[in-house]
Design a protein around this ligand. Sequence first.
Ligand code: FCB
Length: 450
Amino acid sequence: MSFPANFIWGAGASSYQIEGGAQEDGKGPSIWDIMCRQPGNIWSDDTGNIACDHYHKYEEDVRLMGRIGLKAYRLSISWPRVIPGGTGKVNDKGLEFYDRLIDSLLKNNIEPWVTLFHWDYPYALYCRGGWLNRDSADWFAEYTQVMVDKLSDRVSHWITQNEPQCFLGLGHQTGEHAPGLKLGFPDVLLAAHHSLLAHGKSVQVIRSHAKSRPLVGIAHVGVVKMSSGDQLDDREAARKSMFSITARNCWNNTWFADPIIFGQYPEDGIQLFEKDLPRITDGDMTTICQPLDFYGANIYTGQIIRASNNDSFESETQLVGPALTAMEWEVSPEALYWGPRFLYERYGLPIVITENGMANCDWIHADGKAHDPQRIDFLSRYLREYKRAIDAGVPCMGYFLWSIMDNFEWAQGYKQRFGIIYIDYATGRRTMKDSAYWYHNVIKSNGEIL
Ligand code: FCB
């Protein structure tokens, strides 16, 4: 079961979900700060005001990461913490926080992987139209440069954006995520187009300003379809389904990945979205399509597909009583085989699983420990499938477990626990769950114990 030498064993979290310090040291408000202020938006009216208080406890957290043996940690930067108004004046105190965090990671031999945008968009820019404003691409490029100037002497791994499918789909179309908009589809596609432009410009800035050779990627939702068997027709049906667009929403791979990797929107989407398409200015697709070093996929679940009569695909009927996580997402380990395989075969980029993990019903047991056997079973099954993809020849650079610690799960607040470190939100106390000790052994043996 041994994984490739230099395989990157990591874990991740994001700024708004763990930092807290929402109004400290000059930070500007993000759309999530504003979203959480309005009663009824978030489960139990939870907010990220304090969250895991990582802003103050980051040293303890990094020490725990070191104990677990992480090779890499995926963090995100809060844009309004470093540029409170989104553009213009930089907040040195905000920058200093990331400076200290990066130094502390490096001191513990943990490689920082920095995501520039994991959803906490500056509220000031939202007021200027947010992603609907074409200038948003330049705002993002400006912010990218601030971060690259500050950190690229120590950071070489960059992820431009996390899950455009979610911040557009949930944030701008259905409204359960910040900024809580329920826009018509033409506007959703316009915002998407601008976010793609922002990605492209950001990659250009990283490549032209980084102090040493950067490795750049993006983290997409991996919308994964799994073949119902080994037969060729089922496999091709699953592949076809995984790269098709069949609904007027953001839940697909190709609308977001094809432009950045192939420089064009997918034909089936263009046809389906016909009347709603944004105006594409000359040169846009060239800007969007920048060379990338890896394809980051956040994969939690997958859907089983089989071939249907007319050379097409259909989903397999749902099991009665499926295994579900606390998010009610179906446990489907093979998603980590088919997902990386299909993504690599289409896009030709090395794969990084930028998120995978599960929400579980965790609590501190009577013996003072946090036992989470479900999570250990879940992770080992998924990792074994990931290894199967590697054995089949898919180049896979690494794996980031979601999440290093329990955190603010967006509209679900603190209802869901994804961490391998348990957080007692009342006291801030951290407790390594059984899965954290287990992950330590996985890393130490380079996967051998799986
Ligand atoms: C992903 C998000 C991440 C976390 C996990 C559970 O969609 O990127 O922040 O919420 O889901």
